[in-house]
Design a protein around this ligand. Structure first.
Ligand code: GLY
Length: 369
């Protein structure tokens, strides 16, 4: 059997962003090819907590805040749609996120956030310490009040990835693992495909969605893309009964309840492409976590996780065209928000590929910003 070598779209990178793009493209009748150098979701996707922190991760009003809110709002429908198409439950948990204040300064910042996020129409509830103690006893260490964000939800990353790939495959997408893109095909100012050790693949449109490696691949394609790795280390602890009904987030650590597990994350380290687990990073997040939630000290350790987030210097993703180059679009630099932004990124890239005006102003996310 001869392998097909021309595709409508070739997506470089099989993480949550690349797989979401494949799904949204396939829904529009295109047959994208996803090329992944390792296995699907094996980089930052497998290490992430799956928080849909559209509010908890944002310190001020910004285009990223608006993008996150828009993407979060797609999740309920997406979860149902993916369940139908793939049979996989993405474990969307809608119990909210509690952001604990751990100092007077933190309290003032969170009170301000309570105000501005409320003014943008989002739900926020302020909870004083007495109420926390009344409802949760000694679950928390010293606190200065807390902000509860009932609409910030969470999913299981790898279940989401699996359901996106099964659904996209059913709709005609093709996923190629263990295949590294080693170069780009180019005619004049147009990228016409990619080169791999097993052959060349031509495409009408190439999408660069290679996470922390996107900056390197951008260079190979002939343009500058300032995306760099930010290492995150996290721990999965074993839990027989849920320690907390919702995600708890503080300065230094966050705790995300999963079925029979508690995800405790995550470090932020700029150490290049080093992915080795280091005791120092894990010790730091665990001591922060135990200080804020003392009962965690008794949990058993199940697994440690490491991933490289695709960082950008202003914390915003790059979504859209490459100035001066045709045939290639970028979807990268999603930093701490890959899972949150996966659906809206898939939608926007699909609008661009199919020649529709994106439903979002892309200038804050442009490569020329
Ligand atoms: N979204 C949380 C993190 O990247 O650590």
């Amino acid at each position: 059997m001869q392998t097909q070598t021309h595709y409508d779209v070739c997506i470089v990178g099989g993480g949550i962003i690349g797989c979401s793009i494949a799904y949204y493209l396939a829904k529009q009748g295109l047959r994208p090819l996803v090329i992944e150098k390792n296995t699907l979701g094996s980089q930052s996707t497998q290490a992430g907590a799956g928080m849909l922190g559209a509010q908890v991760e944002m310190d001020e009003p910004s285009p990223l805040y608006d993008l996150g809110i828009a993407s979060r709002s797609l999740y309920k429908e997406l979860a149902a749609e993916l369940k139908d198409l793939s049979g996989v439950e993405i474990e969307l948990q809608t119990s909210g996120i509690l952001r604990l204040a751990v100092s007077e300064e933190d309290r003032a910042a969170l009170r301000a956030r309570h105000k501005w996020q409320g003014e943008t129409g989002q739900k926020t509830e302020w909870i004083e310490d007495e109420e926390l103690r009344r409802d949760f006893g000694n679950l928390f260490g010293p606190t200065f009040g807390a902000l509860f964000l009932p609409d910030d939800h969470q999913v299981r990353n790898l279940a989401l990835l699996r359901s996106l790939t099964i659904a996209a495959t059913r709709l005609g997408a093709i996923f190629m693992e263990h295949t590294e893109v080693i170069g780009f095909l180019r005619q004049g100012n147009r990228i016409t495909g990619v080169e791999t050790p097993t052959g060349k693949f031509e495409a009408d449109q190439v999408i660069l969605a290679a996470g922390a490696w996107s900056g390197i691949l951008g260079k190979w394609a002939g343009f500058d893309l300032s995306v760099f790795p930010v290492k995150g280390q996290a721990v999965l602890a074993r839990t027989l009964a849920p320690v907390t009904p919702f995600t708890v987030f503080t300065h230094g650590a966050y705790m995300v309840p999963k079925v029979n597990q508690l995800y405790i994350g995550a470090t932020m380290e700029q150490v290049g492409f080093d992915q080795s687990p280091a005791l120092q990073g894990i010790a730091r997040i665990l001591s922060d976590a135990i200080r804020i939630m003392p009962p965690l000290a008794k949990l058993g350790m199940e697994q440690s996780l490491v991933g490289l987030r695709p960082g950008s210097s202003d914390g915003l993703p790059f979504i859209g065209e490459v100035p001066g180059l045709k045939g290639i679009l970028v979807a990268s630099g999603h930093f701490r928000n890959g899972v949150l932004l996966a659906p809206i990124t898939g939608q926007i890239i699909t609008e661009l590929v199919t020649g529709h005006k994106p439903g979002f102003d892309l200038s804050p996310f442009s490569l020329a910003r």
